[in-house]
Design a protein around this ligand. Structure first.
Ligand code: HEM
Length: 82
């Protein structure tokens, strides 16, 4: 899942640059207005997928940490027989 989002974010980058150039060169026309809407949508998608990539390292660490404590807890139960 995280790999898919990273690839999605990566491949959207050149598309975004092309749209940016298109928006700049069609400013003021009807096509320009539509492209501007597309660009706005893409910024939102970028922001959401970027936020996910940003939070990913902490999320992974947090998940590993809670798994480790679960293992520790299970081991403790084995010792005490609880
Ligand atoms: C609000 C907008 C954005 C946010 C919050 C964001 C955030 C991020 C984050 C957190 C990463 C991962 C960095 C890491 O590896 O630790 C990333 C990677 C990347 N971002 Fe963005 N980004 C945004 C917009 C953009 C835009 C507009 C572009 C280019 C047009 C872009 C291109 C890339 C590329 C090429 C990577 C590397 C992907 C990879 O590792 O395969 N990002 N971004």
């Amino acid at each position: 899942m995280s790999r898919t989002i990273r690839l999605f974010h990566r491949w959207l980058a050149p598309v975004f640059i092309v749209i940016m150039i298109a928006v700049l060169s069609t400013q003021g026309s009807a096509v320009g207005t539509i492209l501007q809407r597309v660009q706005q949508g893409m910024v939102l998608i970028f922001a959401l997928s970027g936020l996910y990539l940003f939070a990913l390292p902490w999320w992974v660490k947090w998940r590993r940490g809670s798994k480790k404590s679960a293992i520790r807890q299970a081991a403790r139960h084995e010792h005490t027989g609880a």
